[in-house]
Design a protein around this ligand. Structure first.
Ligand SMILES: NC(=O)c1ccc[n+]([C@@H]2O[C@H](COP(=O)([O-])OP(=O)(O)OC[C@H]3O[C@@H](n4cnc5c(N)ncnc54)[C@H](OP(=O)(O)O)[C@@H]3O)[C@@H](O)[C@H]2O)c1
Length: 222
């Protein structure tokens, strides 16, 4: 499988890229608005993998070119730019290319972070509204801590929740996520349930903030 991570130069993109490259044989492409920034990131990721005994080639491209080449496109960009990012690559997405969104809208005040969904109900549904016809959307990875993903010395031992309306693309993303060691995938239902999944993310960040020894906290359901 060829996975393009748009905004793969950022935190969650780095974590997912490293884990997929470390744990699986999937081809990972890093996308950026600036192809030079993408290439710089791939060099850093390759160096990190090399230091863990894994020699992998990761290629970097402009977002449009990465999306053009991929079977699955992960939108690892800030929530308020995810819709525009979908539109910027829409012409490059083949029918059946799976769009994956981990984005969560939040705002903060002195007390902590608070879930702040868009009018669509959730960022995941906003992405589905903006995706071209025939391009399915799956929400995943919303509740993972980027730093924990990016630290290959740490065992993950966390769950990730999937939301989506179509079974085949959901199964594709389930297999990709399952390939990451220590990540258990649970089905949280259709896109209409995305707000419940997204809203867990500010809760996790607030828990980390108010409990000093908890960093990069995740969820595990028993
Ligand atoms: N960080 C986490 O732990 C975490 C966990 C779960 C979910 N998420 C979600 O994942 C998404 C990415 O989070 P992040 O922390 O990785 O974000 P980030 O590091 O702040 O940004 C990721 C990348 O987005 C691109 N970007 C920045 N501004 C943009 C714009 N105006 N238009 C298009 N692209 C832009 C940048 O790439 P280029 O400059 O190279 O284009 C940047 O490297 C967010 O929606 C967040 O809610 C994050």
């Amino acid at each position: 499988m060829r996975i393009a991570i748009l905004g793969g130069t950022g935190d969650i993109g780095q974590g997912l890229a490293l884990r997929w490259a470390y744990d699986t044989d999937h081809e990972v492409l890093i996308g950026s608005r600036d192809p030079e920034r993408a290439r710089t990131a791939t060099e850093e990721y390759e160096t990190e993998l090399d230091s863990h005994g894994v020699e992998r080639k990761i290629n970097g491209f402009a977002n449009e070119m990465a999306a053009d080449r991929a079977d699955v496109v992960v939108l690892a960009v800030p929530p308020y730019h995810v819709g525009d990012t979908v539109e910027s690559v829409a012409g490059k997405l083949d029918e059946g290319t799976v769009l994956v969104t981990p984005a969560v809208g939040m705002n903060g005040d002195d007390d902590g972070l608070h879930y702040h969904p868009p009018k669509a109900g959730s960022v995941t549904e906003l992405v589905a509204d903006r995706a071209p016809d025939g391009v399915p959307v799956v929400g995943a990875f919303h509740n993972l801590a980027a730093d924990r993903l990016a630290n290959l010395d740490l065992e993950l031992e966390v769950d990730t929740l999937l939301v989506g309306d179509d079974e085949d693309p959901k199964e594709t993303v389930r297999l990709l996520a399952d390939g990451i060691e220590g990540l258990r995938v649970l089905d949280a239902g259709p896109l209409a349930n995305a707000a419940e999944v997204e809203s867990v993310t500010p809760l996790l960040i607030n828990i980390a903030r108010y409990n000093g020894d908890l960093h990069d906290v995740g969820i595990e359901f028993h």
